[in-house]
Ligand binder design. Structure first.
Ligand code: CAA
Length: 387
């Protein structure tokens, strides 16, 4: 059976996210881009709507609506403001990773705080200054103490790191054994020995904050260990599989915003005595953008569907993230080109969309890393040819 219809619940989540985004996010997205203001109130409002735990069980404060509903909601939020959507994406990823790999007491302690907005945002502390695409090369260590663990090291590019109430932190517990010597820890934002540095000045996503972190003798209890000792690397990669569906969805939201803005513009703007839209060259470019975004949408929803079915989805998530982020890059570039000089100014949204979209080919695994993941599975697994 093949079914392209959404369920009533999926439609409800999508429409709820859409209405909220139109009403509360879109009007101030350009201002957040200009001022860099972190969206505290907006995240609290997302929490109230269940959007900080879309795929998290209800007893933990989530909406329990599944991975497809999450992908749909993420698109709607990103379509209005990608900066808000990235904090939403990482918080959902952190909540989900605790539900999946944490003990019941860990889930009970941390997840409701994330889904309710009490902890405001979750942060994912994996990358380091010298370990980005290759996180197994991390230098942060966690050493045993009589009561738990002592974490020392530095992390880089941590989304929401200066506002997060909870961090998942990856550290080497056995530096001699590479990836198998990495463990994951749950560290509260106010833990002493954890500090964050200056916010990065980025090309886009200015309403989201990105900071480096330092761990100087940061002590946590035994109960902070997430999953088994030495399981951290697999936990990170499994979390990133789901995260990549989120970034693919975010890309789709931004791509749609670019297409919609351009569709309006080319009908209104007249040159040579007719609307831009009357030119076949313009029509063909829009047709290509729309077709690529539709292909990206199907890849993304299929990856989410496989996740929801409990099927392997690593390759599908990487394909979705790779294709959606690259298609959206092309969509935003076309949008700026078709807006002409106006597209290069802040008078129209497409300039911000182009800047916001650029990082989608970089974070949660660069396009090159996605190709590596896809090719490895293609060449090694029984599913080689696909589907
Ligand atoms: N799920 C679970 N386990 C997995 C896995 C997956 N998807 N992929 C691999 N593994 C397991 C392997 O089976 C292997 O286990 P064994 O040792 O038992 O055999 C182990 O993990 C190591 O696997 P590899 O040998 O394949 O590892 P590698 O070092 O070659 O790296 C990689 C693989 C794909 C390159 C990976 O390092 C990677 O994805 N890199 C990119 C990192 C990344 O995406 N960073 C993003 C940072 S977070 C962020 O950006 C958030 C934000 O703020 C928005």
């Amino acid at each position: 059976m093949m079914d392209f219809e959404l369920t009533d619940e999926q439609r409800l989540i999508r429409d709820t996210a859409h209405d909220f985004a139109e009403r509360e996010l879109r009007p101030r997205a350009a201002e957040r881009d200009r001022t860099g203001q972190f969206p505290v109130e907006e995240l609290r409002a997302l929490a109230k709507l269940g959007l900080l735990g879309v795929n998290v069980p209800e007893p933990l404060g989530g909406a329990a609506a599944g991975a497809i509903a999450y992908a749909l909601a993420m698109q709607e939020i990103a379509r209005a403001d990608a900066s808000v959507s990235v904090a939403m994406a990482v918080t959902n990823m952190v909540a989900e990773v605790i539900v999946r790999f944490g003990t019941e007491p860990q889930a009970r302690e941390h997840v409701p705080r994330l889904t309710s907005g009490e902890s405001l945002a979750g942060a994912f502390a994996l990358s380091e200054p010298q370990a980005g695409s290759d996180p197994a090369a991390m230098a942060t260590t966690a050493k045993r103490t009589p009561s738990g663990w002592r974490i020392d090291g530095a992390k880089q590019w941590i989304t929401s790191g200066d506002h997060a109430g909870l961090f998942v932190v990856w550290a080497k517990t056995d530096p001699a054994t590479g990836a198998r010597g990495i463990s994951a820890f749950l560290v509260k934002g106010n833990t002493s020995g954890l500090s964050c540095g200056r916010r990065e000045h980025k090309m886009g996503l200015n309403g989201s904050s990105t900071v480096p972190l330092r761990f100087d003798g940061c002590e946590v209890g035994e109960e902070a260990l997430l999953g088994g000792l030495g399981q951290g690397f697999k936990i990170a990669l499994a979390a990133l599989d789901g995260g990549r569906i989120g970034i693919a969805s975010q890309a789709l939201g931004v791509g749609r915003a670019a297409l919609e803005a351009t569709r309006t513009y080319v009908k209104e703007r007249h040159q040579f005595g007719r609307p831009l839209a009357a030119n076949q060259a313009v029509q063909f470019r829009l047709a290509d953008v729309a077709t690529e975004l539709e292909a990206a949408r199907l890849l993304t929803l299929r990856a989410a569907w496989r996740k929801e079915q409990g099927m392997p989805f690593t390759r599908e998530a990487s394909m979705a993230k790779l294709y959606a982020s690259e298609a959206t890059g092309r969509a935003c570039d076309a949008a700026v080109q078709l807006h002409g000089g106006y597209g290069y100014t802040r008078e129209y949204p497409v300039e911000r969309l182009l800047r916001d979209a650029r990082v989608q080919r970089i974070y949660e695994g660069t396009s090159e890393i996605q190709r590596l993941v896809i090719a490895r599975e293609l060449l090694s697994s029984e599913r080689g040819g696909g589907t």
